[in-house]
Write a protein that binds this ligand. Structure first.
Ligand code: NAD
Length: 282
């Protein structure tokens, strides 16, 4: 099956990027969010990014109009219509994701594939909230989703081979590289990345080096495009904490979130999205 119609649930940082990637791939996209104005706000953000591409001569006005004609913000899940694929990108909380999928199970056509953009939560457990585990899969886009080339593809215990093939093909259509990995906590990306970020926060807490020094070491020494603290702000400290909690719950105390990370989230310092984290944003 070739995917042409997609519903993206959650119009935050990831949902808006995923919607744009889907438009880039020629798909029609509807976008929904629990926060009434977020979906239309994300559509507006996408329009702005497309305007920039037009200004840079990378997109024609006609192409821009064609893409904008394929995105719709909807008010609630019941308006999902006959989509072929749902990509869920809401907050990293298992109960919230499970309740959305359970709800969608009775609203979407039986052949619709369900994908979660979770960073770390077990795909098999999310699939169990539905009556269609063979059509359930993890699709872990990287941030920003309309720019980054990788998508981790995570089949659950009962995901059908055709579902995996359909999603691998969709990734190519979106200009991405889909890499299939096992349903294991944090998959590959966050199993490796998040403990490193957590250690960077621990190093800051212990006074081993300043914020700028820690980031400079990893940028200039390891060749990373962003330092770990800058990256944590970009990902969202709430998301980092949720991922560490999942890793700790599944893999043990070696993955315990750093107290400073907890404190920052408790104080509402979530990174770029809240205006401040380890750095301040205007
Ligand atoms: P975000 O906080 O920017 O956006 C989450 C959105 O979900 C918000 O707009 C919120 O209103 C909406 N939402 C919450 N509950 C909802 C519900 N019941 N129904 C509909 N919408 C609801 O978060 P994000 O950074 O976009 O992350 C979303 C998902 O993507 C998470 O699972 C996260 O782990 C994953 N992810 C994040 C990154 C990253 O770098 N931030 C990278 C890859 C994957």
């Amino acid at each position: 099956m070739e995917i042409e119609k997609i519903l993206v649930v959650g119009a935050g940082a990831m949902g808006s990027g995923i919607a744009q990637a889907a438009l880039d791939g020629g798909c029609s996209v509807s976008l929904v969010d629990a926060d009434g104005n977020r979906a239309s706000g994300a559509a507006e953000k996408i329009r702005h990014r497309l305007e920039q591409r037009v200004a840079e001569g990378k997109l024609s006005v006609r192409e821009r109009d064609g893409m904008l004609g394929r995105i719709t913000a909807i008010r609630d899940l019941s308006a999902c219509g006959d989509v072929q694929l749902v990509i869920e990108a809401v907050s990293e909380q298992e109960n919230v994701k499970r309740s959305i999928f359970s709800n969608l199970d009775s609203l979407a056509p039986p052949e619709t594939i369900f994908a979660s953009n979770t960073s770390a939560i077990c795909i098999t457990r999310l699939a169990a909230a539905t009556g269609r585990p063979e059509k359930f899969i993890g699709m872990h886009f990287m941030n920003p989703a309309h720019v980054m080339k990788l998508v981790e593809i995570i089949p659950g215990l009962d995901t059908a081979r055709e579902t995996v093939e359909t999603i691998v093909d969709l990734c190519s259509k979106l200009g991405k590289k889909g890499v299939v990995v096992a349903d294991s906590p944090g998959f590959v990306a966050n199993r490796l990345l998040m403990p490193a970020i957590n250690q960077a926060i621990q190093a800051l807490q212990e006074g081993i080096a300043s914020r700028d020094a820690i980031d400079a070491v990893m940028r200039l020494g390891a060749g990373h495009p962003m330092g770990p603290l800058e990256l944590a702000d970009f990902i969202g400290l709430d998301i980092c904490l949720e991922i560490m909690e999942t890793l700790r719950g599944e893999l043990g105390e070696a993955f315990r979130p750093c107290p400073l990370l907890r404190k920052m989230v408790a104080g509402g310092r979530l990174g770029r999205k809240s205006g401040g984290g380890f750095y301040e944003y205007g």
